[in-house]
Design a protein around this ligand. Structure first.
Ligand code: HEM
Length: 495
């Protein structure tokens, strides 16, 4: 419990001020969590009609159902031929950050489609990806660099600012964020059809993040209680408030995982690899062995960015930081840290704040009762019981993080490993070993915490937690066997 705060305070919004254009589109709030402050801007200012037009004509299947430029292999010619450089028009909207974010979204769609169009054509013919285009022409490189700089993104498609969280519109504004009321704004393949696998893939992410407000609120509550807790276990009131915060987090994570399970029905495992071609990055991808030259930028020396990936979502990283999940010192963990850069600045700052603050107020030690000061003996039964609840809740939250990561492993297996030999995921992580690196870390942490609780109190944490641990340890065996099998089949080291 840190009485001397050195971590600067962080302002989480309760009111997202949707009409305020001077604030970035992405800020963290207790109401919308990690979703943008307002629903994404759909229509671009008139100066950008040429951008709107090419993006509407671009998808493999356009809104009218007709084949688009990517189906006909004509996007590259169109960009290289008649598409104008609209950078100068962009400066007029410098003070309207939501519009700027929409421009960033739209230019990043165009950039990825342009760079990966040749790979898509080969993929459709049943060939390997081969090489993508190695140069991004000035009419895309200049404006994407400009709007990315203003919005605080990298000049390449990102998960939150572009592909997923800033890419929905509401059919009926009054019906809000109901799944059936959501449509994509931009798509590469069949995503303008709401029943398509591309739409389902993106919309399930949004549907999950919709539940992140209480995750943020519970996080702030726990940190706040730990910062003022008076002694080793805190007072009864403090521990009761801590447990309420933990319960909010647990309930939010349970809802988020419940929505994640709907992915299987909304986006078919057999169809993922075809729209995925367009969301690959540059870093660690065979399509761009030497990076990509952005004309007029970086002295025309190649640049490299990771691709769009849910790894840049902020919910699980929030839990990792709050719960202080110990990650192993491996090159795979370095990739996890690198992913943390690819997100809106305010999300980045929030994650860092939570990590620092959780350490500073010793949230883990406080919650788990690892810092009892000797004044709280066996006499204080009420507090001991509340401590047992804290430990049980913490373990159950970790179990939700495990559940998320286990389902992920299942997604990777069913949507990717069974369908393609390409060795890296869209974000550039090694496809067999990276997800298990973090899942193993969570399983190890759960086992440690359960052991500590048992050593301290022979009753353990009760039936629910015992069942959780039994299933988790069985899962660990299954995971190890599966990873060994895929490593052997593909000739890769375990990592
Ligand atoms: C069909 C569904 C999905 C597939 C095939 C899939 C695939 C992957 C892959 C291969 C990675 C490795 C990172 C990389 O891109 O290099 C990853 C990471 C990740 N994805 Fe997904 N994903 C899916 C759905 C989701 C959803 C719905 C979310 C929700 C926010 C999400 C969040 C994440 C997170 C947080 C990570 C990092 C995992 C970690 O820290 O251990 N993904 N995903």
């Amino acid at each position: 419990m840190g009485s001397l705060a050195t971590t600067p305070p962080f302002q989480v919004l309760d009111d997202t001020r949707p009409d305020d254009k001077s604030l970035p589109a992405f800020m963290v709030s207790t109401t919308r969590g990690f979703l943008p402050r307002m629903d994404p801007v759909v229509s671009l200012p008139a100066e950008f009609d040429a951008l709107e037009s090419i993006l509407q004509r671009m998808p493999v299947k356009t809104a009218s159902g007709e084949p688009g430029l990517l189906a006909l292999g004509k996007l590259g010619d169109e960009v290289d031929g008649s598409f104008p450089d609209l950078t100068a028009a962009m400066d007029r909207y410098e003070d309207d950050l939501p519009v700027m974010n929409a421009l960033y979204r739209d230019y990043s769609f165009l950039a990825s489609a342009y760079l990966l169009e040749p790979c898509h054509e080969r993929f459709v013919r049943g060939e390997g990806y081969g090489l993508g285009r190695q140069r991004l022409p000035r009419n895309i490189s200049q404006p994407i660099a400009r709007c990315a700089e203003i919005c605080g993104f990298k000049p390449f498609m990102e998960y939150a600012g572009s592909y997923a969280l800033f890419n929905y519109r509401l059919v009926d504004p009054a019906a809000g964020l109901e799944y059936s009321n959501l449509r994509l704004i931009r798509a590469f393949e069949h995503g303008l059809d709401p029943e398509s696998s591309e739409a389902g893939f993106v919309l399930v992410h949004i549907d999950m993040v919709k539940n992140s407000g209480p995750l943020v609120a519970g996080t702030m509550q726990c940190l706040e209680v730990a910062s003022r807790a008076s002694s080793g276990l805190g007072s009864v009131e403090e521990r009761t408030a801590l447990n309420q915060g933990l319960r909010r987090i647990l309930d939010a994570m349970t809802s988020i995982n419940g929505v994640m399970e709907t992915m299987w029905g909304k986006s078919r495992p057999t169809e993922y690899t075809s729209f995925r071609t367009f969301i690959f990055g540059i870093t660690s991808q065979s399509m761009f062995p030497d990076g990509v030259v952005y004309e007029g930028l970086n002295d025309d020396q190649p640049l490299s960015f990771r691709g769009e990936s849910g790894a840049n979502d902020s919910m699980v990283p929030l839990m990792d930081n709050l719960l202080q999940v110990p990650m192993p010192s491996t090159p795979l963990t370095e990739i996890l840290k690198d992913f943390r850069q690819y997100r809106p600045s305010n999300h980045k700052a929030f994650l860092q704040h939570v990590r620092d603050r959780s350490m500073e107020v010793e949230l883990r030690a406080f919650t788990l009762g690892l810092k009892q000061d000797g004044q709280e003996g066996s006499g204080d039964e009420e507090k001991r019981e509340l401590l047992r609840q804290s430990r049980g809740l913490w373990l159950q939250i970790l179990n939700q993080v495990r559940d998320f990561r286990w389902r992920h492993w299942c997604f990777a297996r069913e949507y990717i490993l069974k369908r393609t030999a390409h060795p890296t995921a869209t974000g550039g992580s090694p496809i067999v070993t990276w997800l298990p690196n973090q899942l193993e870390a969570v399983l190890a942490d759960m086992a440690d915490i359960n052991d500590v609780a048992r050593r301290d109190d022979a009753r353990g944490l009760g039936r629910t937690c015992d069942d959780v641990m039994e299933a988790a340890m069985r899962q660990r065996e299954t995971l190890r066997k599966e990873v060994d099998k895929y490593c052997a089949e593909r000739g890769v080291a375990r990592g």
